[in-house]
Design a protein around this ligand. Sequence first.
Ligand code: DL6
Length: 775
Amino acid sequence: MGKDPEHAKFFDWRMALSHAIRDRIVDRWVASTRRTYEQDGKRVYYLSMEFLIGRLLEDGIVNLGLVEEVGETLRTFGIDYRSVLEDEPDAALGNGGLGRLAACFLDSLSTIGCPAMGYGIRYENGLFKQSFVDGRQVESPETWLQEPHPWEFGRPEVRFTLGFRGEVTTENGRTVWKPSELLQAEAFDTPIVGWQGRWANTLRLWAGRAVDPFDLDRFNAGDFAAAAEHEALARTISRVLYPEDSNEAGKELRLKQEFFFSAASIRDILRRFEGQHEDLRALPKKVAIQLNDTHPAIAGPELLRILHDERGLSFEEALEITHGCMNYTNHTLLPEALERWDERLFGRLLPRHLQIIDRIDDAHYRANPTRLLSARSDGQVKMGELSFIVANKVNGVSALHTDLMKKTVFKDLHGLHPDRIVNETNGVTPRRWLHSCNPGLSSLITDSIGDGWIADLEQLERLEPFIGKDDWLHRFRAVKAENKVTLCDYIAERHGMRLNPDAMFDIQIKRIHEYKRQHLNILEAIAHWQEIKDTPGGDWVPRVKIFAGKAAQGYHFAKDIIHLINDVAKVVNADAETRDSLQVIFLPNYNVTLAEHLIPAADLSEQISTAGKEASGTGNMKFALNGALTIGTLDGANVEIRERVGEENFFLFGMLADEVMQRRMIHDHAQQAIAADPRLARALEAIRSGTFSPQDPGRYVHIADNLTWSDYFLVCSDFSAYWQAQREADHAYRDPDLWARKAALNVARSGWFSSDRTIRGYMCDIWGAESLLAP
Ligand code: DL6
């Protein structure tokens, strides 16, 4: 770093260390790339608007097996290893589950040795930073690229010129699209090294650049701002991540971002293929493209356009090739999250693609004349339908979600193509979500069964015989207790609040959304607080309730839920009567790193969405894997978690997905529930009357009204069952050995939720791809 160690800051140490680690990764990366070219097997391309990768330095050190050496080396300089790691900003290039899943998949693809590449956008500003002012969420820009980012390699030589708008003409019998607005996509590569450094794949992110970045004439004429205008405009496309976890209907820039990275990726894929092969009909044998939700759906029509308009294949042939390469993962059934574009906006930006989508619809109708199911209808371009029609395989992300996909959003298309939908239940990488983030538990497991579990998580089942042994369970409890103390110190240092490490740590961390029902959780906390106040000297099981998560900037109700939780925390934490039995805290700026601190310390994992709404969840898996018990509904992957860990080791409550639909038919379902449960009525009344906002008593009337009069997500209807399940959790927690046994069984039986298993499923059921590593 060109600095005397005496003057080096943590930043300098981190950069120096990152470069040292990066050098070692590069050797493996080059070897893997060479091998991929030599073997010429099928390659996987994972197209995703989001890659929530978090920090990379520890991943590199851990995967290369250099933890001891790095720690030792830094010690000789008198530098603390963890402080160096803590200096790295999170690469927050995603909103939540979908982006984090993509990051876990990259890790697993490299661990397995599947030749693959992730394609996305190099956002200059990732997901906004969240802070609280008087309990309200305030957003500020996230600027992770302001510091040099040691993990990326700029590839100025890999650039593609792309376009928007313009006109479609015919020349010599061929259709030609002449876009009028041009810009370039420039590649930035990050190596992703797998476990033990045996393989490394590439994450290639595209940045916007102007075709002619600088206008010298305007500069010389004194118009300095205008001289650089082209570049500024072109860079806008990769400037910010859209901070919504559902669709931002009608946002032109969003559609441009989608086309920008999809089109650049398709060109890159074709360039690579054509460098090695001549016959484009072999493309499906060599290329599997996975569309991570519908955001890259335009990749289908773009590939088809190039094959047909530019390479001269017949439309039918081009469609068949495209169909052979493309696959689509659906991540949500929420209607507002299913992307649809106004056809006028779409046609203005991408006139040729609109024509191609019509031809895809025609061809589909001709092959299936029974019903007309089109990607373009009612003045809209429907990206879900488009993706389904173009894809070879379509998958859901948990068994329940896949089943609901078949019965609801894709019912008719599934009827026409009954073999197209498959299920690939999500998973998480055990390297980050157990081995790195929970070193105490990782060591205990490795001492017990060896370290084979890190790349073969189902080996965790070999822990079961240990769980019956008192001394082992004692060590297991000690690990959790230590993790809780570590978290208490971390929170005390950063947020000035001392938590009781002996209390049950009850954690809900995820995006704030009504369907995820953080308001159900806080309502129960209020009712519990009221009950404690009724009998202050009672024998209560002490609880610490921890929340973290961001609300989309424009989602006012979700932001009000955050405000409410912060206000409740203020009142409850200041209450001397209840303080020993209940504490509530909302930690600001939830991100991957904060999750890594929280999950190992959790006793209870809150997975309480309205049944049928959470496609899968992955936080639920991380908690179970780290020895937390779940309190949850039968939603998403909770269903499979419960089946595997055992129903006696899971606190189940709430309506099932079909009961939810029926309950909504009852017009006064919420009022009935309130009338039947005095605790619920009293908690709602406290919100309504300003108990938690005495200076502004009307602040939460609208939340109480919403729950009383509409309550689409059935908070009231599930409240009593939730309350009951919480008391069951209290009861179990009173017996520390019983609790520890249940928690340890959650660890031992969560091996199936590894993203390695999920990726193997994709390789076999969807991609037809193989590992290039020797077994
Ligand atoms: O599949 C990853 C993740 C699931 O675990 C969550 O249940 C689901 O809510 C999330 N979906 C999205 C939807 N975004 N869009 N479109 O983030 O995917």
